[in-house]
Design a binder for this molecule. Structure first.
Ligand code: NAD
Ligand code: GLY
Length: 365
């Protein structure tokens, strides 16, 4: 399979996104890497035994020193303490302000490495080497970095762009099926908000994607990165347009926080959240019932949840509303949702509480 390269256009901060097979071993040949004497690979306990030695070997040709820091695995470790361990390693090795960080892992490792790179000595370069489907189609692209706070997800962070994103599709061979499905949620997301041709293609190819067909995965990763790169190039810091990439996330983040981080995967929360957002769009007269049904069916075929009760008790809606107040799109306490304004187009707006409650009750029954 040949390597496909696209560029995210951000002026002097533009960078290539490379998608292909065997990229881990060829990283230094994909694009000019930042010049430095030292590199630090940041990975976790699951990914390290699978892929770290190969990346380390590839980088040794370019950097005199290639160090490794291995983080604990899991969303529950996306916090200050783990971030501090990256700084500890950098300082212990006397890393200077040219040291290059390589994020080898999924979105958790990528978000934390990016944030560490943004902060260490007020900014050192970093490269994303995403190894989950979710991180290849979404989190490694666009420069959102950060950690969770006990009171809210991704609440502490920075916009900080990587120098290169290298998506090695072969790493998806070892991904657990549940994680692959979670990544498919973020692929599905791009259809309703931006590209119904992708949505149609997904309906035709969802079984091939679940079966890890490489050609299908390559298309899904490439098209997702193209759409995300286009949106981010137009609105890097989410003053307006970029918020559409949060389709399903307002409900989804509430599910993740309400269940306790790490209980539901991020992509699972997004999946149920998209179904809820589509139901809300329908109740507001923006899409018809057939569209909401199509989305629900695709989500289900991808092996993802379409319901998200937080509580056994009655007031799921109350708990959701409480958690959704913390959403970063909220303004003056009003919750704003990414809704589908006709298939292929998104809009960000408020919705009457009674309708939101109705949708939550429907999707928690
Ligand atoms: P993750 O990083 O937790 O990875 C999922 C699991 O797969 C982990 O156990 C990981 O160790 C394991 N893993 C990674 N690569 C593997 C491989 N090749 N083979 C086997 N196991 C592998 O989760 P994720 O879904 O990749 O990312 C979710 C995170 O990304 C969340 O914290 C979310 O907030 C964040 N996110 C960020 C953005 C952004 O724009 N920055 C966008 C979407 C999501
Ligand atoms: N995942 C949403 C964004 O990058 O804006």
């Amino acid at each position: 399979m040949s390597t496909h390269t696209l560029t995210i256009a951000l002026g002097e901060r533009s960078y290539p996104i490379c998608i292909g097979s065997g990229l881990l071993d060829q990283l230094t040949q994909l694009a000019p890497l930042p010049k430095a004497s030292a590199a630090l690979i940041v990975t976790n306990t699951t990914v390290q035994p699978l892929y770290a030695a190969r990346l380390q070997a590839a980088l040794q040709g370019q950097y005199a020193q290639v160090q490794l820091v291995v983080l604990p695995d899991g969303e529950e470790h996306k916090n200050w303490q783990t971030l501090q361990s990256i700084f500890d390693t950098l300082l212990k090795h006397g890393a200077d302000r040219k040291t290059v960080l390589f994020a080898l892992g999924g979105g958790v490792v990528g978000d934390m490495t990016g944030f560490a790179a943004a902060c260490y000595m007020r900014g050192v370069p970093f490269v994303q080497v995403p190894t989950t489907l979710l991180s290849q189609v979404d989190s490694s692209v666009g420069g959102k970095t950060g950690i969770n706070h006990p009171l809210g997800k991704n609440m502490i962070g920075a916009f900080y762009q990587p120098r290169l994103v290298a998506c090695d599709l072969d790493t998806l061979d070892t991904l657990p099926a549940r994680e692959l499905s979670a990544g498919l949620a973020e692929v599905i997301k791009y259809g309703p908000i931006a590209d119904m041709a992708l949505f149609d293609w997904l309906e035709q190819n969802i079984d091939a994607l679940v079966a890890r067909d490489k050609t299908a995965l390559a298309h899904a990763v490439r098209r997702s990165c193209e759409i995300k790169a286009d949106v981010v190039a137009k609105d890097e810091r989410e003053s307006d347009l970029r918020a559409i990439l949060n389709f399903g996330h307002t409900f989804g983040h509430a599910i993740e926080a309400g269940m306790g981080y790490g209980v539901w995967l991020h992509g699972e929360g997004v999946a149920a959240g998209m179904v809820m957002a589509a139901e809300l769009s329908q109740r507001l007269g923006l899409v018809d019932a057939a569209f909401a049904l199509r989305l629900r069916s695709l989500v289900q075929r991808a092996g993802l949840p379409v319901k998200g009760a937080l509580l056994d008790a009655q007031d799921n809606a109350g708990r959701y509303l409480e958690l959704m107040q913390l959403d970063k799109k909220s303004q003056a306490g009003s919750i704003r949702f990414v809704l589908i304004d006709g298939p292929g187009k998104a809009v960000v707006r408020e919705a009457p509480e009674a309708l939101v409650r109705e949708v939550i009750d429907l999707c928690c029954a």
